[in-house]
Design a protein around this ligand. Structure first.
Ligand code: HEM
Length: 428
């Protein structure tokens, strides 16, 4: 391209952008938008704030712009909410208005463009999927049905750790064994299945595909193509890998778990004393024509992502905090020894009798929240949040109120981090 043509093209582009902005300003409804850094055309605030929108960076920005501020990441509008009142507004008072989720190009692939439950927009499908998933996953009955299985998984971890007394001095990577435990806990609920060991080839394959899915979805590497659609062609290679991983993963769920379960329930009575596991309920809904086979597989996808690593990270943090706070660990041991007896394993009905343990768990979840920004919520229609107004399709990220203010400054090694465990008596 000669220089004159290049100059004319750039000039034309510049004029087109200015005219588009002017027209949208003249025709657009007047909104009292939330404050935020001043955006530049095309890139918005992306070049100023960068890719890493972690909760600490957003907390710093909230100090400057307030509890509700707007970032324009290329074409995407991102509203960051960080007061308890506004968080309640997004999650509860206007729960329906903000009930949709935003998806990006990669999440479109992994969720089949919202055929799942979590990353879908509010509407008929959203309500149906939540209704169908509640009974098999989110009731106390599920806890009572599966608690014996979970308790035996926990006991198996203790036994396995005891087999390595040398770990007391040389150390061990507990995560690997706890990961197997969490997969077993969730696969018992979903399919009434478990994996024998960390070397089980199916477990190894499943773990690798889930890990790859998380890595690809959580990476900043594709932000540019997501924020600035004209750059999307450069993401072709990345999106191809995402598609391959997605296909392999969904096929694995289908071949080794869903179809196996279908075969089993058609030939002999279900195990677990004839009780249905989660997938039986989901397949019932498919048989009734409420959902299709893809929806079934995306439910399995959602649970693999939502339930396992989140709980695993929280357990790891709990253990790390207790290792770093021997005095808290001692009090916790005292409570367990006094209430249950030395060496007696805890069971689910014991939990209400152990307020100190409950406080340790709550404090771990507070200070070491696995997903501090929650999962983004989105408004489908123009909406009002506190004072400011939001255009449709703004995505609200909730910086949890608990991460703002003084308490967030507590450092991991600081003994006060778990101080309220001292006041565990009477914790509700
Ligand atoms: C310590 C463990 C866990 C943590 C820290 C955690 C955290 C979260 C967070 C922050 C959200 C987003 C809430 C929102 O944006 O409104 C969420 C959603 C969700 N979680 Fe968990 N979670 C945990 C365990 C589990 C487990 C065990 C399951 C399944 C049995 C599960 C299933 C889900 C589902 C399905 C959603 C999506 C809900 C919806 O879109 O309506 N999570 N979780």
């Amino acid at each position: 391209m000669d220089l004159l043509l290049l100059e004319k093209t750039l000039l034309g582009l510049f004029v087109a952008v200015i005219v588009a902005i002017a027209i949208s300003k003249l025709r657009g409804k007047k909104f009292k938008l939330p404050p935020g850094p001043i955006p530049v055309p095309v890139f918005g605030n992306w070049l100023q704030v960068g890719d890493d929108l972690n909760h600490r960076n957003l907390t710093d920005m909230a100090k400057k712009f307030g509890n509700c501020f707007l970032l324009r990441m290329g074409q995407r509008n991102l509203v960051v909410v960080s007061s308890p009142e506004l968080a309640k507004e997004v999650l509860h008072t206007q729960g329906v208005e903000f009930g949709s989720r935003t998806r990006n190009v990669v999440f479109d692939i992994f969720t089949g463009e919202g055929q799942d439950m979590v990353f879908t927009v509010y509407g008929e499908h959203w309500r149906k999927m939540r209704r169908i998933m509640t009974v098999p996953f989110f009731t106390n009955k599920v806890v009572q049905q599966y608690r014996y299985g979970w308790e035996s998984e926990a006991a198996a971890v203790v036994e396995d750790v005891k087999k390595h007394p040398e770990a007391a001095t040389s150390g061990m990577v507990l995560r690997r064994r706890l990961q197997l435990m969490m997969y077993n806990n969730m696969y018992r609920i979903m399919f009434d299945r478990r994996f024998e060991s960390e070397e089980d080839p199916l477990f190894v394959k499943l773990k690798a595909l889930n890990g790859e899915r998380s890595r690809l979805a959580q990476s900043f590497d594709y932000n540019y193509g997501d924020f600035i659609p004209i750059l999307r062609p450069f993401l072709r290679g990345y999106l191809k890998i995402c598609k391959e991983v997605k296909e392999k993963r969904i096929q694995l769920f289908k071949d080794y778990f869903v179809d196996e379960r279908k075969k089993l329930s058609s030939t002999k009575p279900t195990t677990n004393e004839g009780l249905k596991c989660a997938i039986d309920h989901i397949l019932d809904a498919q048989q009734k024509g409420e959902i299709n086979e893809d929806n079934v597989l995306y439910i399995v996808e959602n649970i693999n992502v939502a339930a396992i690593e989140t709980t695993l990270w929280s357990i790891e943090w709990g253990i790390a905090e207790l290792v770093n706070h021997p005095e808290i660990q001692k009090k916790l041991r005292n409570e367990l020894d006094t209430v249950l007896g030395r060496g007696v394993q805890i069971t689910e009905p014991d939990v209400p009798k152990l307020p100190y343990l409950q406080a340790v768990v709550k404090e771990t979840l507070r200070l070491r929240m696995a997903i501090p920004l929650l999962v983004p919520h989105m408004n489908l229609q123009d909406a009002k949040l506190g004072g400011p107004e939001l255009r449709a399709s703004a995505s609200a990220r909730t910086v949890q109120a608990r991460h703002l203010g003084e308490r967030w400054t507590i450092q991991p090694a600081h003994p006060e981090a778990l101080h309220h465990c001292d006041e565990a008596e009477g914790v509700d």
